[in-house]
Design a protein around this ligand. Structure first.
Ligand code: MN
Ligand code: MN
Length: 459
């Protein structure tokens, strides 16, 4: 067989069409849809990972051959010990469990025009108008002075009420229509309608009614709301999209699509040569700052603990600089309706497998780490006939984005961004391809099962 002089990405639908692949793919997609329907906050995502790890027999904390270390319910690291010693490095996949949403303000409850409202502050990059006039659920925790932590999910059970942000009727929106989108939809108007019936007392309004109900149903007071972590997220389950059911529509696929794919791969790779590790960080959407973000010392502390438990005396730097990583974050494929923001020759396509981004950043590659040619070439070899593609995010100088790759690169870990495409990214209903999810699970599994680097042995 001669070598191909031209590079053409493989369509993941065409690659995986035999009945066995389809059965396996459909099973994974159904599990993924259930995961998206159930996990809408970083805490819920971390909890899901912990449950999955437990059901696969992983130790809580550091055990003999496995480990599951969660940090304040917001970040989690899952490890499976390989046949090679730790000093030979990890095979590490890092993803993030946080997603753009609306946080309640410190003193959220107000009442205006006979409507009780929760004021919010958005988290992450959103187009604010997408959050108006749609059913929203509240997820999160309320911690009270007595040390109790109440988990709250309202708006997911069909019997639950939902919440919503009101939008101005078109009849009176003449002035609004002439404004820029940024001006027309202000952050201070992202208020959730949470009540309308007056409270029990003669003078009581809807505000008092909401307080009475919060106390009656959840045992919480207005002061408890000041410390609460309650997030407004799109209500309702994830769905299949299209006559052919070929796409997944769900909130929070950036980056839970990668969390799901990487977790599925790690649990499937049962006897890895190198120690495998999945890190799910929080705070990525706001710059990875904070105790549970990728810029924290969490990974370092965990690796130090693993060294103490499994290979005392091994230098941390040796483990880190010998490690290989994938920054598993979603990519933006060519948008059929907004193709002009992309450089078509360097744009990913939905359905052609997970996407390598050799570098991210913006304007002169500013703020990016960049994968080495050697590492990227080895990964291409490793993937064999698993579909993959390589792309840049948008045209040069059109904008850009960052991921956690640079935080891993700072340790000397070899790392490249590699994740499936998601359309309508950061919207309340993000879209991915069923074929890409399957290809991504296969690609991550191949990575976790990989042997020596750099070894391009013939296969
Ligand atoms: Mn992301
Ligand atoms: Mn994002």
């Amino acid at each position: 067989m001669g070598i191909s002089l031209e590079y053409t990405p493989t369509n993941a639908w065409r690659r995986y069409h035999n009945p066995n692949d389809v059965v396996q793919r459909e099973k994974i997609v159904d599990q993924c849809i259930a995961f998206f329907s159930q996990c809408k906050t970083e805490r819920e995502t971390v909890n899901w990972i912990r449950m999955q790890a437990a059901s696969h027999g992983f130790s809580v904390g550091i055990g003999e051959a496995t480990a599951c270390i969660s940090f304040r319910d917001k970040a989690v690291i899952v490890v499976r010990r390989g046949q090679q010693p730790l000093r030979a490095g990890f095979r590490l996949i890092a993803a993030h469990g946080d997603t753009p949403h609306l946080d309640l303000k410190q003193r959220p409850l107000v009442e205006e025009a006979q409507v009780a409202q929760f004021k919010t502050h958005y988290y992450g990059g959103i187009k604010k108008y997408q959050w108006l006039a749609r059913p929203l659920a509240l997820h999160g925790v309320v911690a009270t002075r007595d040390g109790a932590v109440h988990r709250i999910v309202i708006g997911e059970d069909p019997a639950d009420p939902v919440f919503t942000i009101l939008d101005l009727l078109p009849h009176l929106a003449k002035a609004q229509k002439e404004q820029t989108v940024e001006k027309a939809f202000g952050g201070e108007k992202l208020n959730l309608a949470v009540g309308h019936e007056p409270g029990p007392g003669e003078e009581d309004g809807p505000r008092q009614m909401v307080l009475a109900l919060l106390h009656e149903r959840y045992g919480i007071t207005e002061e408890d709301l000041t410390s609460a972590e309650l997030q407004a997220v799109p209500a309702g389950p994830a769905r299949r999209v299209g006559f052919d059911r070929s796409m997944i529509g769900a909130y929070g696929q950036d980056d839970r699509l990668c969390v799901f794919a990487a977790a599925t791969a790690l649990f499937a790779a049962q006897t890895p040569e190198y120690t495998t590790m999945l890190v799910v960080w929080d705070r990525e959407e706001t710059g990875s700052e904070g105790a549970s973000g990728a810029k924290s010392r969490l990974l370092r502390y965990t690796v130090e603990d693993l060294i103490d438990a499994w290979e005392p005396g091994c230098p941390l730097r040796q483990v880190m600089t010998g490690s290989l990583a994938l920054s598993a974050d979603v990519h933006c494929p060519l948008d059929p309706d907004y193709q002009d923001v992309h450089d078509k020759a360097n744009a990913a396509l939905l359905g052609y497998g997970p996407v390598f981004a050799k570098y991210t950043g913006h304007g002169g590659k500013y703020g990016a780490s960049e994968a080495d040619a050697e590492y990227l070439a080895w990964l291409r070899w490793l993937l064999g006939d698993i579909p993959w593609q390589i792309a840049a995010m948008g045209k040069v100088d059109e904008g850009g984005g960052g991921t956690v790759a640079k935080d891993l690169a700072a340790y000397g870990v070899r790392v490249v961004d590699f994740g499936p495409g998601v359309l309508s990214m950061h919207s309340p209903f993000e879209i991915s391809s069923v074929a890409d999810l399957f290809a991504t699970v296969n690609a991550y599994t191949a990575f976790f099962c990989s042997g020596e680097f750099p070894c391009h042995a013939s296969r």
